[in-house]
Design a protein around this ligand. Sequence first.
Ligand code: SF4
Ligand code: SF4
Length: 432
Amino acid sequence: MIAKTRCIPDGKKELKKLPTEHYTEAKYLYYPVTSARCPEGETCVRGGQFVKIGEVIGTRKGAFFEQPMHATVSGEVLGNEKHIDQSGKMVDCLIVENDFKYELHESIQDRTDAEIDALTKDDFVEIVKEAGLVGLGGSAFPSYIKLSTKDQIDVVLANGIECEPNLISDYGLMMTNPRAVIEGLIFAMKASGAKKGVIAIKKKYKEIHERLEFCLHEFSQYDIKIQSVGNFYPQGWELMTIKNALGIKIPQGELLSKYGVLNFNVSTLASIYAAVRHRLPVLERYISLSGNGIHNKNFRARIGTLMTELIASAGGYKDPETPKVLILGGPMMGVNVTSDDIVMTHTTTSLIVQNDETMIEEPCVHCASCVYSCPVEIQPVQIMNAYKVRDKDMLKNLEVTKCIECGLCSFVCPSKIHLTEHMRKAKSFANK
Ligand code: SF4
Ligand code: SF4
């Protein structure tokens, strides 16, 4: 039977009922000197030096951009240590010992309305660059590069769909601080010259709709509307969001700006607001611990906090004698990690811990469910077969590079074949 589906259990109902703890107890904060997009980096502080919140402590260096690193607490620089970052790899981290005074660096000063009104496009781009802002939905793409486009932008899309199961970071932000999202959207509109803003959320999030709507009354001089979209997966994939929220169909691989669109995750927009209004970099994120192998809890915690601290604060693991599977991110697109020695970065929003239930792969039954469910209309089973015999030409013919690694093919497969893992490997093989 063909099990075509884009409806998946989202696991958010229970998580949304849990309170969110503002965790400020971290004694030591760890700042990765590199990231997936920046394989090199350097620090600009010495051991024993005192730093304050918002102070630049180093620079991550990528092929086409640099990202400043900022302290998220005040305290003393201690040295370096290795921990796991969002990519699942062990990386070198700078350590700052928290003095729990939470002193702000002298550069962190609010801008007045008049100062903001006087900002030019170049000023906005520079502010966002200096704050080290990247796509907080997971892409970690530098936000200033998006904003500095020379293309004419008609609309800025605020993506609040967060379609992956178990993730409620954007939900938490929109419920508690809708104003920051709206003001960030307005700043992005000013920076890009867009006349229009659209906030895309899921249809079923009526409570968010109400909060945003209420908040928008204050900003009636701007052309901003809320657009509800379907509850299916992967609705948050930017091309699908743009198609369903704006009615614009953009082919894969094309620049959104060529079609007059800029797309930002809502958390990224809130970070643009904080950078423009308060001269602040990203200091905190909402993060959830979920899954049947751990006591579930939501936190708001400083970037640089160790996950082991949050796990202990939540009450630790359930069934400690049972082996665990750890996923950093959502269950569909997240990264499997082998240890909980993880440091929170800009894009860390979730750790899922499942008691390990060994799933044995069975032979393909040629049901075609993976093919019918794939949102980019490629053929996962054929790609897997081509990869197994390392047929690069066939992989190219099958357009493996279109795969967005959404995980749906693995989810629908009745034989429990890890198709997405094959897609990742096949993509990397085809690109070599
Ligand atoms: S992981 Fe790739 S191949 Fe599988 S359904 Fe998603 S886009 Fe299609
Ligand atoms: S790989 Fe799985 S989903 Fe795809 S055709 Fe085979 S059994 Fe069906």
